[in-house]
Design a protein around this ligand. Sequence first.
Ligand SMILES: Nc1ncnc2c1ncn2[C@@H]1O[C@H](COP(=O)(O)OP(=O)(O)OP(=O)(O)O)[C@@H](O)[C@H]1O
Ligand SMILES: [Mg+2]
Length: 294
Amino acid sequence: MKDQATRLRELVNKNYKKSNNNSGEKSSANGARIITISSGKGGVGKTNFTVNLGISLSKMGKKVVVIDADLGLSNVDVVLGLIPKFSLNNVLSGEKNIEEIVVDAPGGIRIVSGGSGIMNLVDLEKYQLENLVSNLDSIASDSDYILIDTGAGLSNSVMSFIEASNELVMVITPDPTSITDAYAVVKNIHRDDRSVKVVINRVDSNKEGFEVYHKINSATKKFLNFEVESLGFIYEDLSVKKAVRNQRPFILENPNSLASKGVDMIAYNLENDTKNLNKVNGFSRFINKLLNSV
Ligand SMILES: Nc1ncnc2c1ncn2[C@@H]1O[C@H](COP(=O)(O)OP(=O)(O)OP(=O)(O)O)[C@@H](O)[C@H]1O
Ligand SMILES: [Mg+2]
């Protein structure tokens, strides 16, 4: 197993050097911000948030790819009402290249369905690894944001994604178990060079949002000596449920709803969060780190 990971690391390093040697030009592979979206507890609104955030960023002129890395049932395609025919599994097998599996989705974003293979990187054959790395690199070079929607919690695969990305957004609801479960994830992954941002979903007031943020931040400050950043709040909003039922992103169904305004504010905050830009990495590095964590 280790040999496999070592081989991929070599491959990735080779690709990384190549993409950085492009006649002094800034490597476009370095342009994409890779952000993992996760939560402690399931069902807190990660997938809806990820898709609608992607659309909001796209409205700001950004090129966004959403990778559905959740093997559970309530996936990105369900929220968007489309069923991709192919997934990264077809890239791994060499049948397709990434451009053939990327699906254009409503709101100007593009979707990559993870498939089951993405979670078992160490089990892949060399040719599959090569396919994956070069294909993901090519998509990263043509994007501003890669948003990875993961499952909830502390499973190995989710932790690998979190470990690999420099930017993590945790979605939290005011539900006490959501807060304690999110704390458990942050406790496991916090590191000085990684920013952990939080989005408080389903709040009834700004006051409630601030209170939830304060709860998690005071716990991480006290016990981990680490502060999480607030990206903003999303209100509990009936239009979200209605949009889910219609399989349409709520930000397109109802752009002026409270929930949509919250997502727009979060997109704005993310785009203007310049503190962490020096930590932006290309996909090669991301995969490299992913392998270091398996
Ligand atoms: N701001 C909101 N207002 C009202 N309802 C919401 C809001 N956010 C999410 N929901 C409800 O929560 C449900 C679950 O959302 P979603 O599927 O995005 O969660 P998830 O965290 O991705 O779940 P899983 O852990 O299963 O992947 C939605 O179908 C919707 O009914
Ligand atoms: Mg989900």
